[in-house]
Design a protein around this ligand. Structure first.
Ligand code: SAM
Ligand code: SF4
Length: 356
């Protein structure tokens, strides 16, 4: 691998190849947001109303997306792609985008993170287009709680989507859940029981300060250690012996307390706030309008769309992408004190506008 690089700017060394940063990490995992729009309004992500959508021409087109993925894979060492949003299923050309990417990169793992609405109707087409795997977000098995968290009464539709993804063989279906204190945190063992019974891998994500309402507090969030505590009411958790290999989730083997000899599944806990994994981060993010974010919590953004639309060649786009990643911060800064550092400033964008 390796591309010819331009002259580095003064004081801004440019890496030799790939998406290297100044702390020696190399990004190989591309998170690509396909839209900022969504049909749910999860309280920890979007506001109830009033979010301004991007205009259609501000969002990367199918062709621009496919080109960026090709630059990432062919020139910059991207080895894994996750499509996200907003809600990627609301994009009418999603199946075509996946098919285009698959035809150019037959071996690239391509996964999708979705809220599951409409997945029942699209799962087979996504599978046929070449999607490798799917993550569906679902925080509660109770309609009222689901509606409280998402501000929409659609739990049944999400469950139908999950069922369809499993039925068409979209790899190991992973379920993402965020626990909110006093709302669904008591459901942790129930969610895990449901997941292991159905053969899904559940992943709890610590609530991060990326909500549009800026309502996150360090005291209010449910920590990874509390999640483990709640799960051990019913289960025995032991560290998964497999190498974590840069994955954000720390995985645990799950045994039921009443039958501690039998592993019934695994559970992941993504503890971005209390047990951050910045030192081994391998992600590069592209927003729906073509901005590189070197970190989920970055306040710096680097535009690739203007280059894409101004006739720049692939090497020039790759170089700007490399420069953006070279400046990736060492860590997100929430963990300096363990209690939410005073110098941590919440990004302007909400999670839905970055691409989780
Ligand atoms: N709409 C899709 C979905 O919900 O799966 C994809 C985009 S969503 C931003 C991706 C993931 O981010 C979801 O699993 C969601 O639960 C998670 N998420 C959103 N806001 C979050 C926050 N403030 N803290 C932690 N996770 C969050
Ligand atoms: Fe939409 Fe996903 Fe954000 Fe929920 S978490 S509001 S489903 S983008």
């Amino acid at each position: 691998m390796g591309i010819r690089l331009g002259t580095p700017g003064v004081g801004a060394p440019v890496p030799a190849a790939g998406l290297l940063d100044s702390y020696g990490r190399r990004a190989t995992d591309m998170r690509l947001s396909l839209t900022d729009k969504c049909n749910l309004r999860c309280t920890y992500c979007m506001p109830a109303e009033g979010l301004q959508w991007l205009q259609k021409d501000q969002v990367l087109s199918r062709e621009e997306i496919v080109r960026l993925v090709a630059i990432g894979v062919n020139l910059l060492g991207i080895r894994e792609l996750r499509l996200t949003g907003g809600e990627p299923l609301v994009r009418a050309d999603l199946v075509d985008i996946i098919a285009d990417i698959r035809s150019q990169h037959p071996d690239l793992p391509v996964s999708l993170t979705t809220n599951g609405l409409g997945l029942d109707k699209k799962a087979q087409r996504l599978k046929d287009a070449g999607l490798t795997r799917i993550n569906v977000s679902m925080d509660s098995l109770h309609s009222d709680t689901f509606a409280q968290l998402t501000r929409r009464p659609f739990l049944d539709r999400v469950l139908r989507g999950i069922e369809a993804a499993a039925a068409v063989g979209l790899g190991l279906v992973k379920i993402n859940a965020v626990l909110m204190r006093g709302i669904n945190d008591h459901e942790a063992p129930e969610l895990l029981e449901w997941a292991v019974t159905h053969g899904f891998e559940l992943r709890f994500i610590e609530q991060m300060p990326l909500d549009a309402d800026h309502g996150w507090t360090r005291e209010g969030m449910i920590t990874a250690s509390e999640i483990r505590e709640r799960l051990t009411e019913r289960f025995v958790l032991t560290p998964d012996p497999r190498n974590r290999d840069g994955a954000p989730a720390e995985r645990w083997e799950v045994r039921r307390a009443e039958a501690p000899d039998v592993v019934v599944g695994t559970v992941g806990i993504i503890a971005s706030v209390t047990e951050p994994f910045c030192a081994d981060c391998r992600r590069t993010r592209v927003t729906a309008e073509g901005k590189i974010m070197s970190c989920l919590f970055s306040r710096e953004e680097t535009d690739l769309r203007d280059l894409l639309r101004s006739g720049a060649d692939d090497a020039a786009i790759a170089l700007r992408w490399q420069e953006a990643m070279w400046a990736k911060p060492k860590a997100h800064g929430m963990d300096h004190t363990g209690l939410g550092a005073a110098d941590f400033v919440q990004p302007d964008r909400s999670m839905s506008a970055i691409g989780g």
